[in-house]
Design a protein around this ligand. Structure first.
Ligand code: APR
Length: 238
């Protein structure tokens, strides 16, 4: 599968993965833009913007509660596990757009959650942040300060947490190889990470059954699912 570049890959010391919804698709979590994608069946403007949240916090919370149930019943697949195993052989960082926590569940120890996490909450006004420990009885749940609590995720129109983004850019500019897995690369700023990596001479590889808008910028593309391709990618370093 990786035939022509296997030799070059063997010299890599630092590998950064940029992952998206596609890597969890084989764990039973739907993607956003594929044929059964969430944004084909739900209106993003009513569920994933701050205005939608202020218009109808109960609806947004109910949607996230449903997603949390689905995510909690999911297990990491062979793709997540392969990335975790790769830590035995080289330095690995995972820059994920996913909020499902499956990379950590698979054993990856260096994961930056660019878009937040399904298990985290924060106050829409004060600095309070926490993890969800039990399901809320009141909907929408309120912070001790009296304002509405919200999922600690990055919605459309919002910026990524500054510290996380800066760290992600440092990893992108330091890695020898960047593997872009299961993302359509249409969402900014995560889709600029391969550009930073390329500017710093990293080899850029895409693993995706379909072409993306950045496929032509890749050094190498594998048209396969992450469960098929990642164990083979990792076997190169064993
Ligand atoms: N293995 C690898 N890739 C896959 C698989 C699979 N089994 N199944 C689907 N894919 C690919 C699709 O071809 C597609 O290119 O995964 C990609 C999923 O793209 P999106 O649904 O757009 O998901 P993503 O890129 O993660 O979306 C980015 O958009 O709505 C926001 O915040 C949300 O983090 C998300 C962001």
């Amino acid at each position: 599968m990786f035939g022509q570049i296997t030799k070059k890959l063997k010299d890599a010391k630092r590998i950064a993965f940029v992952t998206g919804a596609g890597i969890s698709q084989e764990s039973g979590i739907p993607t956003f833009r594929g044929k059964d994608g969430l944004w084909r069946n739900y209106d993003v403007m009513k569920l994933a913007t701050i205005n939608a949240f202020y218009d109808n916090p109960k609806l947004v919370w109910e949607w996230y509660n449903e997603r949390r149930k689905n995510i909690f019943s999911a297990e990491p697949n062979l793709g997540h596990k392969a990335i975790a195993e790769l830590e035995k052989f080289v330095e690995v960082v995972v820059l994920t757009q996913n909020i499902d926590g499956l990379h950590q569940k698979a054993g990856s120890t260096d994961v930056l959650e660019l878009h937040g996490s399904i298990v985290k909450i924060k106050c829409s006004v004060c600095d309070f942040k926490s993890e969800i420990l039990t399901e809320f009885t009141d909907m929408p749940p309120l912070c001790k300060c009296g304002n509405i609590l919200r999922p600690d995720v990055v919605w459309f129109g919002e910026s990524l947490p500054k510290d996380i983004w800066q760290e992600a850019m440092i990893h992108a500019s330091k890695c020898d190889v960047m593997v872009v897995v299961g993302t359509s690369l249409v969402v900014s700023p995560a889709n600029t990470l391969p550009i930073y990596a390329k500017q710093n001479n990293a080899i850029i590889i895409e693993i995706n059954p379909d072409e993306t808008i950045m496929s032509s910028d890749m050094d190498f593309s594998i048209r396969s699912t992450s469960v098929m391709a990642l164990p083979e990618f990792v076997s190169i370093f064993k």
